[in-house]
Design a protein around this ligand. Structure first.
Ligand SMILES: Nc1ncnc2c1ncn2[C@@H]1O[C@H](COP(=O)(O)OP(=O)(O)O)[C@@H](O)[C@H]1O
Ligand SMILES: [Mg+2]
Length: 319
């Protein structure tokens, strides 16, 4: 593991980010409704939560596929939240890259792998000679475990896991500061998932890349993340180091997510009780909560009363 300097300025600082979608004159979906978090250079921040929580919207807002409704996004000193200046846009396009769940949907089927990977380099003129460009392409292919021969083939000629390697190569060839991986492994077989996650970890060690790793499956997030943010219905309800989230979950939503993970030991698994959490039934209104700090890395979104109650409940929780 690379050493992360949490004393430094974070690579990404997000404050009060909102992304609302106006559906009709009377209805707006508040996909992301005021989230704040930081990601430090070289770390992996896992964003977890059930489908519809606003995870993808968060990723897309950060990389500016949308214009955020409100909030501040500071990316390595560049304010990328409002109208982008030419320089900031250029910085963003080079230094923040995305890996998607279904690479087939975003890899042009009529282009050879080589050309797919070359595209970003060409748009941003990230080489001075053709040889240098070729070298960069071949070097990244090698790093993701693909060969020279693969370069002249088309996406359809690859397996799901290999296509994800192409997606990773296309992102990393830009030498980005931050890679947003949105459910990048969710569609793969479990055995292949582990391979791709290990590849991402190795590349992080080698290149120092920072990851925002979005997933609904907590087990993989646990394995790859330094810190985790738990997202539910547009809010980050709890954030902490991976240890803090797994060993001392406070928010009932976090605890219900954890209780849904099957235990590898069948004896323990037999005793596992899946917890249910019904926000409405419990009268929880996220917009009334404030961040309660347990440690300087662990915080929970709650009202005063909720915080007292959840801390008490957590004492009786067996992780
Ligand atoms: N472009 C959009 N227009 C309208 N509603 C959207 C749009 N994108 C997402 N949503 C809604 O925002 C909520 C969060 O979606 P999403 O960010 O995709 O969640 P997740 O990735 O956690 O599954 C959902 O209710 C979804 O239907
Ligand atoms: Mg999603």
């Amino acid at each position: 593991m690379t050493q992360i300097n949490y004393e430094a300025e974070p690579l990404l600082h997000v404050e009060g980010l909102k992304q609302h979608f106006r559906i009709s004159r009377t209805f707006t979906t508040k996909a992301v409704d005021g989230i704040s978090f930081d990601i430090w250079e070289g770390e992996t921040y896992g964003l977890v939560g059930e489908s519809g929580s606003g995870k993808s919207t968060t990723g897309r807002a950060l990389i500016r596929l949308y214009d955020p409704t409100a909030g501040k996004i500071i990316f390595n000193g560049h304010d990328i939240s409002g109208r982008l200046t030419k320089d900031d846009e250029k910085y963003l396009r080079q230094n923040m890259q995305m890996i998607f769940q279904d690479p087939m949907a975003c890899l042009n089927p009529r282009k050879k792998v080589r050309d797919i990977i070359a595209q970003g380099l060409e748009i941003h003129h990230l080489y001075s000679t053709e040889e240098e460009k070729e070298e960069k392409i071949m070097s990244i292919l090698d790093k993701v475990g693909l060969s020279k021969e693969h370069a002249t083939r088309y996406p359809s000629q690859f397996s799901g896991g290999q296509r994800q390697r192409i997606g990773i190569a296309r992102a990393l060839v830009m030498n980005p500061k931050l890679v947003i991986a949105d459910e990048a492994i969710s569609a793969l077989d479990v055995s292949i998932q582990a391979q791709v996650v290990n590849l991402m970890k190795d590349l992080q060690d080698e290149l120092g890349t920072t990851y925002l790793f979005i997933a609904h499956d907590l087990s993989m997030v646990k394995y790859i993340s330094d810190r985790i943010g738990v997202m539910h219905l547009g809010y980050i309800v709890e954030t902490g180091t991976t240890d803090e989230i797994f060993a001392n979950p406070i928010h009932p939503y976090t605890r219900s997510l954890l209780s849904a993970i099957p235990h590898p030991n069948p004896v323990v698994e037999k005793r596992r009780i899946a917890m249910t959490y019904d926000k409405k039934a419990e009268g929880v209104d996220y917009s009334l909560g404030t961040l309660h700090q347990l440690t300087n890395t662990h915080s929970v979104l709650a009202t005063e009363e909720e915080f007292v109650k959840w801390m008490e409940d957590a004492k009786h929780f067996e992780g």
